[in-house]
Design a protein around this ligand. Structure first.
Ligand code: CMP
Length: 140
């Protein structure tokens, strides 16, 4: 079924000048960018986005990293978009990511892991709405 998922190109990948290469992978896999913007997240924005991880030991570092530079947030649309995006990204820890995945090719550490993608339909709905108003999403 056609789904939408939220993708974030994180500060490490933006700093590496890899925005285009990463978006190319989405497009080549049949995912369409239906919304996109570059943001430099505040602590409040990053902390709210990752609220489910608030009690985890890595939360402070995660927020620190996600506010360290600009990110590109996008809504990807396509058949089975949530799982497809997660396949393209590879495992959260780049050291465990399969060859040819975005994290294997662009990421160095579990903190600086190049991309985020929604992990379920419920989180996709929440995450898309966290960054985009309905009139900023151009379904096609
Ligand atoms: P992301 O998919 O953006 O969701 C939460 C992020 O926390 C994750 O990617 C990692 O970059 C980061 N993180 C750091 N340590 C861990 C950990 N032990 N388990 C899961 N995520 C972690």
């Amino acid at each position: 079924a056609t789904e939408r998922t939220l993708s974030i190109i994180k500060p490490d990948a933006v700093a590496k000048n890899a925005i285009g290469e990463i978006i190319s992978r989405f497009e080549k896999a049949g995912l369409k960018v239906v919304a996109a913007k570059m943001l430099h997240l505040s602590e409040e924005q990053a902390g709210g986005f990752y609220a489910e991880h608030k009690e985890r030991p890595f939360f402070k570092d995660l927020v620190g990293f996600m506010t360290s530079g600009p990110v590109v947030v996008q809504v990807l649309e396509g058949d089975d978009a949530i799982a497809k995006n997660r396949d393209l990204m590879g495992a959260t820890n780049p050291k465990e990511a399969a060859p040819g995945t975005i994290r294997a090719d662009f990421a160095e550490t579990i903190d600086a892991n190049a991309v985020h993608g929604s992990d379920s339909p419920a989180s996709a709905e929440r995450e898309v709405a966290y960054f985009f108003n309905a009139d900023e999403i151009h379904s096609r």
